[in-house]
Design a protein. Structure first.
Length: 395
């Protein structure tokens, strides 16, 4: 099921402090402990922010404990419990010592807590545990990862990625309880997103993220090398969209993000969640307003193709050092001279393209409504063979 507000790897990255366990005003850390086998410096650490997940935390931890295809003793888990008022703490205290992987548990009470802050705190503690090298993985306490989750993420990093984003699927039993209109919309959004993603990957290819790929960015399944995590200052401590902002930071810095379609994590289909703006809020909003607009990237086919073609051209002009010496691109995109100078001044292509999209009135996103999806799906299917043919010759 498509959950658009969570799938756009773009937007304002916010301000992120450097990694570490910086104190937050009013924060009171009540306890921290380690359980399970002793492990000084694992090769990978799973970071999980947790708040009132008594119903789901056991399934989440058992799924992590069932990982295969990784060396024994190479994995650790960080649980960052914040503001828990249910039985979560007791369940963790009972289960963690019986797991085959070591678990570090922190309990915090903090009135200013929010999802981005909690994920950052969890990932910072994972980074500190790794020491000088390794992989940080992020998931959620209401998620269940597949048994090859760590191994697949590790393999993608070994192939040259700096970070890996997976996909999500709603729990099948909970999904069955949702209204038919939500299924209809979700299936068509997923299909249209895949069609646009293929067109984008062929017109403006990223050699480090080739087709087949996807555009989901969600904290339930992210991994990143420790070096890349530190290079961008860690997870942005923003209240909403921290996962997308984090990936945007990585891409803007020229780091390599692989959107691996083979990595699929099961998430809750509940309507009342723990984090504002999360999956539960998205599902509930779609139930209450079935005609609400789609995600910004799900725009009409002609506008999407126009955007991808200009991204391709701008990257090539930047690589050739011609953004600052030519202005035809700026006139065509109706970008002012002052904005064109700012675009051309960016040393990284990702920054330049993002700045051009912000500055150009011709590149404003105009998302579809759900009733427009069937027609745009038909159009995308009709033009995609031509896109494949032309891009094969263009290279």
């Amino acid at each position: 099921m498509s959950l658009p507000p969570l799938t756009e790897a773009a937007g304002s990255p916010g301000q992120a402090e450097s990694p570490g366990q910086a104190e937050s005003p009013g924060q009171a850390e009540t306890s921290a402990r380690s359980t399970g086998p002793a492990l000084a410096a694992p090769g990978a650490v799973v970071a999980i922010p947790v708040r009132n997940e008594a119903e789901r935390i056991a399934a989440c931890l058992r799924a992590i404990d069932a990982q295969t295809g990784i060396p024994p003793g190479s994995l650790g888990v960080v649980l960052f419990l914040n503001n828990c008022t249910d039985a979560t703490e007791a369940i963790v205290a009972d289960l963690a010592p019986r797991m085959s992987v070591p678990v570090r548990v922190t309990h915090v009470t903090y009135a200013g807590a929010h999802a981005g802050w909690a994920r950052r705190e969890a990932m910072n503690r994972a980074a500190d545990w790794l020491g000088g090298d390794g992989m940080i993985l992020s998931t959620d306490a209401d998620s269940r990862v597949p048994s090859d989750w760590v191994a697949r993420n590790r393999a993608a990093l070994d192939r040259g990625a700096d970070a890996v984003a997976g996909r999500i699927a709603l729990d099948s039993d909970e999904r069955a309880l949702l209204p038919p209109s939500l299924h209809w919309r979700g299936e068509r959004e997923d299909l249209y997103s895949d069609l646009l993603t293929e067109a984008e990957a062929r017109i403006d290819p990223d050699p480090h993220d080739p087709w087949p790929c996807h555009r989901t960015t969600i904290g339930a399944t992210l991994s990143v090398s420790l070096a890349a995590y530190r290079a961008v200052g860690g997870m942005p401590a923003i209240a909403l969209g921290e996962d997308g902002a984090f990936v945007a930071l990585l891409l803007a810095q020229g780091l390599h993000v692989r959107h691996d379609p083979a990595i699929l994590v099961t998430v809750s289909g509940r309507l009342v969640g723990r984090a504002p703006g999360g999956v539960a809020d998205t599902i509930r909003a779609r139930c209450e307003k079935p005609d609400s607009l789609c995600d910004a990237r799900l725009e009409p086919v002609p506008r999407a193709l126009f955007r991808y073609a200009w991204r391709r051209r701008l990257r090539r002009l930047h690589a050739a050092g011609r953004l600052g010496t030519e202005r035809g691109w700026a006139r065509a995109l109706r970008i002012t001279e002052a904005d064109a100078v700012r675009v051309a001044a960016h040393p990284l292509a990702g920054h330049a393209v993002a700045e051009a999209e912000r500055a150009s009135p011709r590149l404003v996103h105009r998302p579809l409504g759900p009733r427009q999806l069937p027609g745009q799906i038909r159009l995308a299917r009709a033009v995609l063979p031509a896109v494949r043919l032309v891009t094969r010759f263009l290279g």
